[in-house]
Ligand binder design. Structure first.
Ligand code: FVH
Length: 294
């Protein structure tokens, strides 16, 4: 069954929180959707919405030209694909499981040996966002899949193709998550400071949200400095940051706040100054991260 070119049948393997949201989005857009999950009863709700429940991985993969996989990790992806046997030949496989660029390359190499088109992907959304344009999905690998199945992929959210190198989607996914964890880490540290004075975290958001928005406006300038390799600054040198950081760490110790999220940043700034970059701006830290301390 090849359906029609606009609405081909689609298989979704993995019905955890994310896989279920993906299958639900396809059903909502009218796709004939076959599903498989290790724990079979997770398919019940989708079956009630019209999904076809496959009894085996091979049966699920045979049902559709387009197969979406979203499971715990790449180890599970490999185990599942092993169970598929020859049914994978000629299929388009889109793997939305979180992993590393190296794992994406390994899976793409396996796919190429099997005669399978392979598109890797990264989901920049939580399950509740799937199906809305706010959900961003990054793709890399087979452009043939991205072009042929664009409308099906857009059922999940905004779709962005990053290029034929399959590692690019996980690379960008993990880089964006790094930026997110940095922001959350900074916010949690700030809130710990505020709470030490028995103040409300929520009240503090009226200051911290616009502050972070104003600071994020400087990211394109920092990025330009990194791309040009020109880190001299008239704004805020590593040296001045080094001096200010001591007050910051001292204040945290006085307040009884752990500095464990902040000392790595202080150590990086100190290394930059020690290596002779005291007059450079904070963009220099990117170069230091790319040359880890021996
Ligand atoms: N949930 C989220 O917010 C994030 C958003 C960004 C993307 N991630 C990634 O999506 C992958 C799946 O995440 P999930 O939220 O669906 O995770 P779970 O609800 O824990 O479901 C895990 C599924 O994996 C199946 N599974 C686990 N181990 C095995 C195995 N050995 N053999 C077969 N399947 C396995 C599990 O099956 P079951 O436990 O229900 O039988 C679920 O289908 C993930 O890469 C996130 O990083 C989500």
């Amino acid at each position: 069954n090849t359906g029609n070119i606009k609405h081909p049948p689609v298989t979704v393997i993995g019905l955890g929180m994310m896989g279920s949201a993906l299958a639900h989005a396809l059903l909502k857009q009218g796709y004939q959707t076959t599903v498989w999950n290790r724990t079979a009863d997770k398919a019940d709700k989708l079956a009630a919405q019209g999904a076809v429940v496959a009894g085996t991985v091979a049966e699920a993969i045979s049902a559709s030209p387009l197969v979406i996989i979203c499971v715990l990790d790449y180890r599970v992806v490999s185990e599942i694909l092993e169970q598929a046997g020859d049914t994978v030949h000629g299929r388009a496989i889109v793997n939305l499981t979180n992993g590393t660029p190296a794992q994406a390359h390994q899976t793409a190499a396996w796919a190429s040996e099997q005669g399978v088109e392979y598109l890797d992907g990264g989901i920049m959304a939580v399950p509740q966002m799937i199906g809305s344009p706010e959900a961003l999905l990054l793709y890399s690998g087979s452009q043939k899949i991205f072009d042929a199945y664009g409308p099906a992929l857009e059922s999940f959210g905004s779709a962005r193709y990053l290029g034929p190198n399959p590692g690019l989607a996980p690379l960008h996914d993990l880089a964006l998550l790094s930026a997110m964890y940095g922001m959350f880490g900074g916010f949690f540290h700030a809130v710990a400071m505020i709470r030490s004075a028995q103040l409300q975290a929520e009240t503090f958001t009226s200051l911290v949200v616009p502050w972070l928005q104003a600071m994020s406006a400087s990211l394109p300038h920092l990025a330009q400095a990194v791309d040009a390799g020109e880190h001299q600054t008239k704004v805020s040198s590593l040296h001045i940051n080094q001096t200010g950081f001591v007050h910051f760490i001292d204040a945290c110790r006085d307040l009884g706040i752990s500095t464990e999220l902040m000392t790595p940043i202080q150590e990086l700034i100190n290394r930059g100054v020690a290596e002779g970059y005291g007059t450079d701006g904070l963009s220099r830290l990117v170069e230091l991260l790319r040359k880890p301390e021996l």
